[in-house]
Design a protein around this ligand. Structure first.
Ligand SMILES: *[C@@H]1O[C@H](CO)[C@@H](O)[C@H](O)[C@H]1NC(C)=O
Ligand SMILES: *[C@@H]1O[C@H](CO)[C@@H](O)[C@H](O)[C@H]1NC(C)=O
Ligand SMILES: *[C@@H]1O[C@H](CO)[C@@H](O)[C@H](O)[C@H]1NC(C)=O
Length: 320
């Protein structure tokens, strides 16, 4: 038993060595921004850190989607070597054995980036790390909400759409009720396709009857309602899943609905809020118990307006 273990251990060590193991190349890690904007002057700094434990460096190679675009070989003169990138270039002044800066990003450069480090003779230990980067062309405008009606009764179903202009990648769309995130449409991004696409999310909110012990907005579930949408495959069908949501309106009988489009941590924009009112009396009404409570405040508003008008006329009269 003991012998077996030792043999296994030896074989393991041998394989590790043959595989170009870790004995003189440690802690290789890559740091790539998850997303950057596209455009002239937009750049991305990719970093690669490693510990050769005193062994000399043979080369650093950077790849985008398996194609090498930058190589650093300290023995060569000059040590840096650049291979063409579609539409962009490498800033040689800011590229060396630890980093590479790509300038003039465009969305065709989205994809997986890899850093490969090789130690020099005699062992040539080599290791590689990969990380994704997306070059973003954001939507031109803020997302827009369209809604069937803005006055509801309890028992109604409110249907709303949030639409987002063409962008790359397709943003996630979040629904926000009275400043709470309630639901989200998550979009897929295929790095093989660099097209800009528009997106939308649909929500159906069932407005429930309030019960005295369930006042205020209550949510159907504690976690976010999520719908996963792949814009690359069901674009033609356009049969989006509609997010189903149930809420008990707050005692004021009014709530706001907003949507936001987000692209990673880089971009986030909210729509104008839409205010939704209940046609029936708030339950229970804050002070008075009848519908006339609302109407009388309307009357009060108009008499106030009249008063302002009268005082304006008076002041005009007085200056004359
Ligand atoms: C490198 O890795 C070792 C373990 O493999 C760890 O103890 C050490 O803190 C790491 N060093 C750095 C600088 O990350
Ligand atoms: C939401 O969008 C769908 C699909 O474009 C459309 O059929 C529906 O009428 C829209 N609803 C609203 C409330 O705008
Ligand atoms: C969308 O949301 C999902 C889940 O939270 C996340 O993994 C993904 O990175 C987001 N995509 C974008 C484009 O922000």
């Amino acid at each position: 038993m003991f012998k077996m273990k030792r043999i296994c251990h030896l074989i393991f060590r041998l394989l590790f060595l043959l595989d170009g193991g870790v004995w003189s190349l440690r802690n290789l890690s890559i740091t790539v921004p998850r997303a950057v904007y596209s455009g002239e002057g937009q750049s991305a700094l990719l970093q690669c850190s490693y510990d050769l434990e005193g062994a000399p460096l043979y080369s650093i190679r950077w790849y985008r989607a398996e194609t090498e675009f930058y190589r650093y070989v300290p023995r060569e003169m000059p040590p840096s070597m650049v291979f063409p990138l579609p539409g962009a270039s490498v800033d040689l002044d800011q590229s060396d054995r630890n980093q590479v800066r790509i300038v003039n990003m465009n969305r065709q450069l989205s994809g997986d980036y890899q850093c490969e480090v090789s130690a020099d003779a005699p062992l040539f230990h080599t290791d590689i790390r990969s990380a994704p980067l997306t070059v973003v062309d954001p939507p031109f405008r803020a997302p827009q909400i369209s809604i069937s009606e803005d006055v509801y009764s309890r028992g109604d179903v409110l249907r709303a759409n949030c639409s987002v202009d063409e962008s790359y990648p397709v943003p996630n769309i979040t629904w926000i009720i009275d400043d709470h995130k309630v639901a989200e449409t998550v979009s897929w991004t295929s790095e093989l396709d660099f097209k800009e696409r528009s997106a939308f999310s649909q929500i159906a909110i069932s407005i429930e009857d309030a019960e005295p012990y369930r006042m205020g907005i209550t949510y159907t579930s504690s976690s976010l309602n999520r719908v996963y949408h792949n814009p690359y495959y069901d674009e033609k069908k356009l049969n989006h899943d509609v997010i189903q949501y149930t809420l008990v309106p707050p005692p004021t009988g009014q709530f706001s609905l907003e949507c936001a489009s987000t692209i990673y941590d880089l971009y986030s924009r909210k729509s104008e809020p839409v205010y939704i009112r209940m046609a029936d009396a708030p339950y229970p009404a804050p002070r008075s118990r009848s519908v006339t409570g609302d109407e009388s405040s309307g009357v009060r508003r108009s008499s106030k307006a009249l008063l302002t008008l009268v005082s304006a006329i008076t002041s005009v009269y007085l200056t004359l």
